[in-house]
Design a binder for this molecule. Structure first.
Ligand SMILES: [Zn+2]
Length: 250
């Protein structure tokens, strides 16, 4: 299925798989391109299709920054690392899933392997297997507050997964928040409760993202938020601060 390319801001694009609205991003710089998450396909077909559409050859990729291990965000990482020698960065909290130490065995693994990488099934596949589809080791384990590639500040934001990370691109004040926040119909939301195993951590992480003063918010699903960002951050921040309930469906 064709990947959709959504221009975000100068040099930044969103690649979206229509079947599950899963979003990966690329930031183009003079020194090369930086990927934030890399799609739903184990052979990176969707991500490579997006790169081609914006005229970036895969060998221009400098690094892949992963927000978390779920297949709909990281499935293409092992392939891209192997084929194009692109270094992969993620946080230590998700390492057991990325390296498949957690992988299910027996019937659950058997079923998981046979779930197609389509639509919401891709997440089901990951949750059945309880691991990335192919083991990928980190070239660097990112830690809170460090600056990557001279431009991306790491925010460790657990809750949705234990090693979830957001990346703030300082030059454009674009926050790549993965599934720490959601965007639905140009409004900031939260991920649904069934996919938020650690609600207290997820709440703190969401609040932290909302206090960043981002100019643009790029979530893991649907579409980037580029308008009324300050107002939306304040609205959701105030909701969470006043002990607003975490919504069942996000
Ligand atoms: Zn996720």
């Amino acid at each position: 299925m064709a990947v959709q390319v959504i221009p975000v801001t100068e040099g930044v694009w969103c690649f979206r798989r229509p079947s599950y609205f899963a979003c990966s991003y690329v930031v183009s710089t003079e020194a090369g391109a930086i990927a934030i998450d890399v799609g739903m396909d184990s052979d990176a077909a969707d991500f490579l299709q997006g790169l081609k559409a914006v005229g970036i050859p895969p060998h221009r990729l400098r690094v892949i920054l992963l927000t978390h291990w779920h297949n709909d965000h990281s499935a293409g990482a092992a392939f891209l690392k192997r084929e194009f020698s692109v270094p992969v960065y993620y946080n230590t909290g998700d390492m057991p899933f990325f390296t498949r130490k957690t992988a299910a065995q027996g019937i659950r693994a058997w079923i998981g392997k046979r779930v197609p990488e389509e639509g919401v099934l891709v997440l089901l596949r990951g949750l059945l297997e309880d691991a990335a589809p192919e083991a990928v080791t980190a070239n660097r384990l990112v830690t809170d507050g460090e600056i990557l590639e001279g431009a991306f500040r790491v925010l460790v934001t657990p809750g949705h997964t234990s090693g979830h990370v957001a990346y703030m691109h300082e030059p454009t004040r674009t926050l790549f928040c993965g599934d720490a926040l959601a965007v639905v119909a140009n409004r900031l939301r939260l991920m649904a409760r069934p996919v938020t195993p650690d609600l207290p951590s997820a709440r703190s992480s969401a609040l932290r993202c909302l206090r960043e003063g981002a100019r643009i918010v790029c979530p893991g699903h649907r579409a980037p938020l580029t308008e009324n960002v300050g107002e939306e951050c304040k609205r959701l921040h105030d909701y969470l601060e006043t002990e607003g309930r975490w919504p069942l469906l996000g």
